[in-house]
Design a protein. Structure first.
Length: 256
């Protein structure tokens, strides 16, 4: 009788040793800690102030938001997520602005930086599962406040406006003012939003566009037309600011 040969066993990839996992987890805890986020936020605030102090800055069409604010009229400021870096020092009335920030870890750091410049922060989204945030922002606008939003945040696609900001403008019956910044010395990060990292000792510009009126109804075609109008307005304004300082335009992301 022929003896039965045992079946070959498949090799398995060994699992990481417990000691290795225990080595990594403390670092994750540190990065997620409140103390770490506060430290990073303070460093970023200091760096942004230094960039602003060491540079030469111009403001274009600042009268647009100024006139509305000084008349006590509420409105929404909208910019692309990749142009957030210098927004804490862009507008003289920045300490009256309420901004929408993501609950994600990166969003928490951005929120702390903006709070360091005097902004009020609402956590959440105007899109998926963001009904509570939407109600709070609508209430702020109806009480005469100013809201700051990145319509392509928090995860993109880059420079593609989501419908949430248009819905907010319709509910509160307020206009949307596009805004941006550009700088002559920069690094463009490889992140989804192509975040513009400003460098010191540069020429910079803050720029505002003409107000975009809120849609008068919830008609789908009208809402989409307004969304596209806003998307084009912020993109064109950002390209104009880059051109003014002879910088290459950042390309938009692919629509979903």
């Amino acid at each position: 009788m022929t003896p039965i040969k045992p079946k070959p066993t498949k090799s398995r990839t060994p699992r990481p040793q417990t000691s290795e996992r225990n080595f990594v987890s403390p670092f994750k805890s540190i990065f997620r800690s409140t103390a770490f986020q506060k430290t990073i936020s303070c460093l970023l605030i200091g760096y942004i102030r230094f960039v602003h102090w060491s540079g030469s800055w111009t403001r274009v069409n600042e009268n647009v938001p100024n006139e509305l604010h000084e008349a006590g009229k509420p409105f929404i400021l909208a910019l692309w997520h990749g142009r957030l870096a210098m927004m804490g020092l862009a507008w003289r009335y920045g300490d009256t602005v309420t901004v929408l920030a993501s609950a994600h870890r990166d969003g928490q750091i951005i929120a702390r930086v903006l709070e360091g410049f005097g902004f009020f922060v609402v956590h959440g989204s105007t899109n998926k599962g963001g009904s509570n945030a939407l109600r709070r922002l609508t209430k702020t606008l109806k009480n005469g406040g100013v809201i700051g939003i990145t319509p392509d945040g928090p995860r993109g696609p880059r420079m593609r406006a989501a419908a949430g900001v248009i819905m907010l403008a319709r509910l509160a019956k307020v206009p949307i003012i596009p805004m941006t910044f550009a700088i002559s010395r920069r690094r463009v990060h490889t992140s989804w939003d192509r975040f513009v990292v400003p460098l010191p000792f540069a020429r910079g510009v803050y720029m505002w566009g003409d107000p975009i009126s809120a849609p008068t109804s919830a008609d789908r075609t009208l809402m989409e037309d307004k969304r596209l109008e806003l998307e084009r307005a912020i993109t064109d304004l950002t390209a104009k600011a880059d051109d003014l300082l002879e910088q290459e335009n950042v390309q938009r992301g692919i629509s979903p």
